[in-house]
Design a protein. Structure first.
Length: 244
């Protein structure tokens, strides 16, 4: 009981004190110097993990026939990624998938060189955990999306279609060998980021989507493994998909 009374007394006295105003702030600077030595115990501890990671990341997944560059308006690197998404979507999500996209800013390296392509390279080109999504899109809205791509100068990657940029508009759009039909509904493969953020097209948020938790990075890796298992190299047709 005495303890409770004492605590009550202290709280009452403290509450009667006038609030204090902060007048000055002082700080002390502490320098941190980089050591030139190596912590041998830590080095030994992480060594086996690093070796396992390196072994996995250095695994060759496919062979590239020529340099793939991040270019505009037509990106061989972006088109390769879009090809991977379209293939993966047909295999894993929806066999009726018709077209696929890779946004230009999402391609995080400028080049995949000719020769062996490792798992590490795929993680570098797609470091994000974005998901592959299949969505139904009406031709008129698809035209709006393509016009936005054209207004930005092209780039990124497309699969299953071709177009020409004229006066910052997408013209001569061909899908499956046929002109784009504004009234038709197409099955599009894209990223959850592009669709959920709207990517400048607010109507994207209202599209009917098939989300399965399938990482875009995994789609690229499995596409490369598929090519390797069938004795094929990463190779794109010589004609451009986006022209000016």
């Amino acid at each position: 009981m005495r303890q409770l009374f004492f605590l009550f007394f202290i709280a009452t006295v403290a509450s009667c004190q006038p609030p204090r105003q902060l007048n000055t702030i002082r700080y002390n600077g502490y320098s941190i110097q980089k050591s030139s030595g190596i912590d041998s115990s830590l080095y030994k501890m992480i060594g086996p993990y690093r070796e396992n990671v390196d072994r996995t990341m250095n695994e060759v997944l496919a062979d590239c026939e020529a340099d793939l560059l991040k270019e505009v308006p037509d990106s061989r690197l972006g088109n390769f990624l879009a090809d991977a998404y379209l293939w993966a979507a047909k295999e894993k999500l929806d066999k009726n998938a018709e077209i696929a996209f890779m946004n230009h800013g999402g391609v995080r390296i400028n080049r995949i060189g000719k020769g062996p392509v490792t798992r590490r390279t795929i993680f570098e080109v797609m470091p994000f955990d974005n998901l592959l999504v299949v969505a139904e899109i009406k031709g008129s809205l698809l035209q709006t999306y393509l016009d936005r791509i054209a207004a930005e100068g092209g780039g990124g990657g497309v699969a299953g279609l071709s177009l020409r940029i004229e006066n910052k508009k997408a013209v001569e759009v061909m899908i499956g060998g046929k002109p784009l039909d504004p009234e038709k509904t197409y099955t599009m493969v894209n990223s959850d980021y592009t669709l959920d953020s709207g990517s400048g097209i607010p109507a994207f948020k209202t599209l009917k989507q098939n989300k399965s938790g399938y990482l875009m990075r995994d789609a690229i890796i499995q596409y490369c493994q598929h090519l390797q298992s069938t004795g094929k190299k990463i190779s794109l047709e010589p004609q451009k998909r986006i022209t000016k």
